[in-house]
Design a protein around this ligand. Structure first.
Ligand code: NAP
Length: 243
């Protein structure tokens, strides 16, 4: 696959799944803008991108309208018109419903769902034609106790994907990836309880995925071979969800 000449924005591209996607795209020649929300790992990831292609790293909170505009301003000015948008930035909070603060619920929805909406809107407002790839989660299909905001946000992303696929056809193809559990900071023992991590292992393949295994699907959706695919949600999940 040759993505030379294409410009991609990968939100939350500084580490984890977003980093793997950014490097996969850069590896095929795309110029890649990553954004993060003050992640010290961003500089190292940008150096890796630049070893493969051209790129920039922008400190931008995807839940903030002005910062999303600034992200696209920087990408346009320094790399060119954006043709591939990967909405990957996300956060997770774990708590029983009764103990979930409204502010925590709002923050998860703001980053995961509003952030996806804002970046997609900015892509389209600037005449973006190409691909939007939204990173959802298998939990957005399955539901999961103690993750009310996270699962709702991911279900919303899948629904948003279908609406945008209809509205933006044929110039923009919009698909989602719903990963199962992947080994990143989000699933580190300090971020999720042992009970949740044990549930995540209860799949046919009985292991966590690697970020590169999600990036492989993103690369396919960004490239020419996916040209007849829109409005779909692809499970890359070790068998946690079977349709
Ligand atoms: P991660 O390692 O925690 O990385 C998250 C990335 O998002 C970081 O670059 C982070 O940068 C960025 N980010 C967070 N809040 C942001 C904000 N407000 N604005 C801009 N960037 C922000 O997470 P991951 O595991 O790679 O997850 C990536 C995506 O995959 C998420 O949408 C997640 O829900 C989804 N997913 C993950 C799994 C899994 O098992 N890991 C499974 C299914 C779906 P900062 O640190 O600077 O905020």
């Amino acid at each position: 696959m040759n993505l030379s000449g294409k410009v991609a924005v990968v939100t939350g591209g500084s580490r984890g799944i977003g980093r793997a996607i950014a490097l996969a795209l850069a590896g095929q020649g795309a110029r890649v803008a990553i954004c993060h929300h003050a992640d010290p790992a961003a500089a190292a990831t940008l150096a890796e991108i630049k070893a493969l292609s051209d790129g920039i790293a922008v400190d931008a909170d995807v839940s903030d309208e002005a910062q999303v505009e600034a992200l696209f301003d920087a990408a346009n000015a320094q790399l060119g018109a954006v043709e591939i948008l990967v909405n990957n930035a996300g956060i997770l909070r774990e708590s029983p419903l009764a103990e979930t603060e409204a502010a925590d619920f709002d923050r998860v929805i703001a980053v995961n769902l509003r952030g996806t909406f804002l970046a997609a809107r900015e892509f389209v407002r600037r005449g973006g034609a190409g691909r939007i790839i939204n990173i959802a989660s298998d939990l957005g299909l399955l539901g999961r106790e103690h993750m009310v905001a996270y699962t709702a946000s991911k279900g919303g992303i899948i629904s948003l994907t279908r609406t945008l696929a209809r509205e933006l056809a044929p110039h923009v193809l919009v698909n989602a990836i719903a990963p199962g559990s992947v080994e990143t900071d989000m699933t580190s023992p300090g971020s999720m309880s042992p009970e949740q991590l044990a549930k995540d292992m209860d799949t046919p393949l009985a292991r966590f995925g690697q970020p590169e295994e999600i990036a492989a699907m993103a690369l396919f959706l960004a490239g020419p071979d996916s040209r007849f695919i829109t409005g779909q949600c692809f499970g890359v999940n070790g068998g946690s969800v079977m349709h």
